[in-house]
Design a protein around this ligand. Structure first.
Ligand SMILES: [Zn+2]
Length: 334
């Protein structure tokens, strides 16, 4: 398997610590640590046992997003992430996702400048690595008002001709209650109408509430792909709906283990076998190789080693990644 596809990786988790360290210093950002190795632990999930929960992961994102909050830092980050993915993993289809409003220092920087800086990073990488098809996904946030999320989608549509290929939503879910995905339905509709791909973070955690959210997303948002969606593995009706809608799940095994979304490798194996048995389509990704301290080939090795997938199934999932990509209008019709 020569060329890999990775569709689910966050810009905040895709840039190596040494690049982030230099970017932080170039911008004079006040850091809580003075030693590079302490910094490396600050911006990655450094404990192999993982983080206690998704809030702890957000605390790590706080730093990488702060460091990436300027046009020059966003440009270098996108450029570095694409080149790194090709050089170290042979990834030739890569989609990078980020929220431009989490990189503008609370409105101090202009969001269009941030987006265009990301596009410059993409353009520079395309010149250096013409073998790579790369695209950017702009993310809405579950903590943002519908008005702010609408602006992000407007920007995605505006800059689509330059390399924005899709939209997504992520960020912390509300505590003890469901996130109401219906509030972003108009934005998703608009993005789809403009030819952008739609992927939605849902069903990573949250038990029964998370499962209800998956059902709502399938029905109300009709995305091309779903980020994670692993909770559907316990629910034959949801798996049926996913299969019928032709939705592709982007599954990130190590990330799920590190955040405790899945308790152990047995649960990873069971999740994958259930999806295979029920004909649910999926791709494999890291969620952010540098932050998670894993790379795509490590993920494939893990799945093979624990018997979650056969070599043939892995190759199928990788081919599906190239096919389900939003780049070059190769979006799978829902
Ligand atoms: Zn993610």
């Amino acid at each position: 398997m020569e060329s890999l596809a990775e569709l689910h990786t966050h810009l905040g988790g895709s840039v190596s610590s040494d690049i982030l360290w230099t970017l932080a210093h170039e911008q004079g950002i006040a850091l809580p640590v003075k030693d590079y190795w302490d910094f490396d632990r600050l911006v990655t999930v450094s404990d192999p046992r993982g983080v206690p929960d998704l809030d702890a992961l957000d605390a790590i994102y706080h730093w990488t997003e702060l460091i990436q909050s300027s046009p020059i830092a966003v440009e270098q980050s996108v450029h570095g992430a694409i080149g790194g993915a090709y050089r170290s993993q042979g990834i030739t289809t890569l989609e990078l996702r980020f929220n431009p409003m989490k990189r503008n220092r609370g409105g101090e920087r202009d969001v269009d400048h941030i987006i265009l800086a990301a596009i410059r990073g993409l353009d520079r990488a395309s010149l250096e690595y013409p073998q790579v098809r790369a695209g950017l996904i702009l993310m809405m946030d579950r903590t943002f008002t519908p008005e702010l999320n609408a602006i992000i989608v407007e920007k995605a549509i505006r800059w689509a001709p330059r390399g924005i290929v899709g939209v997504d939503i992520a960020g912390p879910r509300p505590r003890h209650e469901r996130y109401d995905y219906r509030q972003v339905a108009p934005m998703v509709e608009e993005a789809r109408g403009a030819g952008l791909g739609v992927t939605i973070h849902v069903g990573e955690e949250g038990g029964d509430m998370g499962r209800a959210e998956i059902g709502e997303v399938i029905e109300e948002l009709r995305p091309d792909r779903i980020g994670h969606g692993i909770l559907a593995a316990g629910d034959p009706e949801l798996m049926h709906a996913l299969r019928e809608a032709g939705i592709v799940l982007e599954i990130c095994p190590t990330s799920n283990l590190l955040t405790k979304a899945l308790p152990d490798e047995d649960a990873v194996r069971e999740t994958f076998r259930t999806f295979v048995d029920h004909g649910v389509r999926f791709t494999i990704a890291t969620d952010g190789p540098e932050m998670m301290r894993t790379h795509l080939r490590d993920e494939l090795d893990l799945l093979l080693r624990i018997g979650a997938l056969t070599q043939e199934e892995i190759e199928e999932a990788n081919a599906r990644g190239h096919d389900a990509s939003f780049i070059d209008g190769r979006r799978i019709a829902a």
